[in-house]
Design a binder for this molecule. Structure first.
Ligand code: ATP
Ligand code: MG
Length: 443
């Protein structure tokens, strides 16, 4: 049974028990748009306890908000009791939630008119209390009710407005837009994790360029990512970057991120040149050019700081930082020693490094020569040549009389270099190599 059938069954069950049951929110919008909804949400006047009785094994996730998750055959459907939210002390959580019997009231607590539609799954009849259908037709993201009040209640909605406008290529209704501009600086009251997740979604829903242009136009960008906002107007040498300044280059790159792009790649792309604004140096004379000395190292530090601030996991942080740290190395690949090149290709998720480099080229000079070189190298180099089995262990070194310590790492790495260069291939050769290169230097 697919998700939609599952949701329809849940509605039928609720109706049989004497309750109203309607599809709500994003799934109705997506059905009208002919898009596949990512999930189905059901609204009902049945109270949460009643929903749990009707669907044994369901999970009350936000009992105080009246949300129960019904899981069947691996499909999750959120069943929410009609409610109205009263006020908000911190701009995040309503002060009080009141259950309601009226779908109309339930819709008014939702964020945007396009997200405020209900549908009777029996006949596909749409209940529209807020003009959502007209706004879908006109391609507009409009706050339900008084925009300023709605954004003050929950500041995250400002980012959601941008995300939906970008994703559907809609405009933001002028009063809604003006309210965001006015309240943009209050986005700092939203938890960093929620901000991060919204930004990640913007970057990976296939419309990242539009999203970041809107973040800029609304004034949200300089609040959430001032380091990225600084890219605007930072000129670059025309021979490498005919496209324009660092911001333009970055927009061209994120524009090429498809829906479903890996999150770390998307952030790496966004931040790869974040070290350029602070390292910009104008040409010293007519024969000089604009320079960004150490922009990679500076960019790495800034990226670490951004990842820490946005509470990225260590794993994500490492990968994003690595993408920034290594993005300038591609041009050197043809001249690298074999061992260096193989180690480079061993970077975790190397395909993301390669893709970032490809987008970097396509968004500037357009030459894919280094990219093609690396692709060729990967194609003709079997994985076991890139990741060969270890020939010598620390235990071997101990047995040979070396003292454990920093020298171990040095020896093992030299052995691996020789192996990657094709100079040694067997354990015996490796042990001979160690004796020849390092004996006498021990202790
Ligand atoms: P997506 O396709 O991204 O899941 P969605 O519209 O389903 O989009 P959700 O975040 O899944 O968005 O939320 C489901 C519904 O809940 C929304 O359509 C909206 O009606 C309501 N909603 C979600 N977040 C908020 C919020 N911060 N303020 C008001 N209403 C919200
Ligand atoms: Mg949803």
């Amino acid at each position: 049974m697919n998700a939609r059938e599952q949701a329809e069954r849940i509605c039928a069950r609720l109706r049989d028990a004497g309750y109203q049951a309607l599809f709500n929110g994003g799934c109705v919008r997506d059905i009208i748009l002919g898009r596949e909804p990512s999930d189905y949400d059901v609204s009902t006047d049945a109270r949460p306890e009643r929903v749990q009785q009707l669907f044994p094994g369901s999970i009350p996730v936000g009992a105080q908000f009246g949300v129960v998750i019904v899981v069947k055959d691996g499909v999750q459907v959120e069943v929410a009791t009609f409610r109205s939210d009263i006020g908000s002390a911190d701009g995040r959580h309503p002060v009080r939630v009141e259950f309601s019997n009226s779908p109309d009231e339930d819709v008014r607590r939702r964020d945007f008119t396009i997200n405020g539609l209900l549908m009777d799954p029996r006949d596909g009849n749409v209940l529209d209390f807020v003009g959502g259908q007209a706004d879908i037709k006109a391609r507009i993201v409009r706050a339900i009710g008084e925009p300023e009040l709605r954004f003050v209640e929950d500041k995250l909605r400002m980012l959601r407005a941008v995300r939906f406008a970008a994703r559907f290529d809609y405009s933001i209704e002028p009063r809604t837009f003006a309210a965001i501009r006015k309240l943009a600086s209050q986005i700092e009251q939203v938890s960093k994790e929620r901000v991060r997740d919204e930004l990640s979604r913007m970057l990976t829903e296939g419309a990242a360029r539009r999203a970041f242009e809107l973040l800029d136009e609304t004034g949200l960008l300089r609040e959430v990512l001032p380091e990225v906002a600084r890219m605007k107007g930072v000129q670059q040498p025309a021979q490498f970057h005919p496209e324009g300044d660092v911001w333009t280059h970055t927009l061209l790159m994120i524009e090429k991120l498809p829906a479903g792009a890996p999150r770390t790649l998307a952030w790496g792309v966004l931040l790869h040149d974040v070290g350029k604004p602070p390292t910009f140096r104008a040409p010293a004379g007519p024969s000089d050019r604009i320079r960004f000395d150490d922009h990679v190292e500076v960019g790495v530090r800034i990226t670490e700081e951004i990842c820490r601030r946005l509470r990225f996991s260590n794993e994500d942080t490492e990968q994003i930082v690595s993408l920034v740290a290594n993005h300038m190395r591609f041009k050197d690949v043809p001249n690298m020693r074999d061992s260096t090149r193989k180690r480079f290709a061993r970077l975790p998720h190397f395909e993301q490094h390669l893709e970032l480099h490809r987008l970097d080229c396509l968004s500037s000079h357009g030459s894919l020569s280094s990219y093609d070189f690396v692709r060729g190298f990967l194609a003709e180099t079997p994985p076991e040549a890139v990741h060969p089995a270890r020939l010598v262990t620390g235990e071997d070194l101990k047995n040979m009389g070396f003292q454990p310590g920093p020298q171990f790492k040095e020896i093992l790495s030299a052995v691996e270099d020789a192996q990657l260069e094709g100079k040694i291939a067997s354990r015996t050769e490796a042990l001979d190599f160690v004796r020849l290169q390092f004996s006498g230097k021990s202790v």
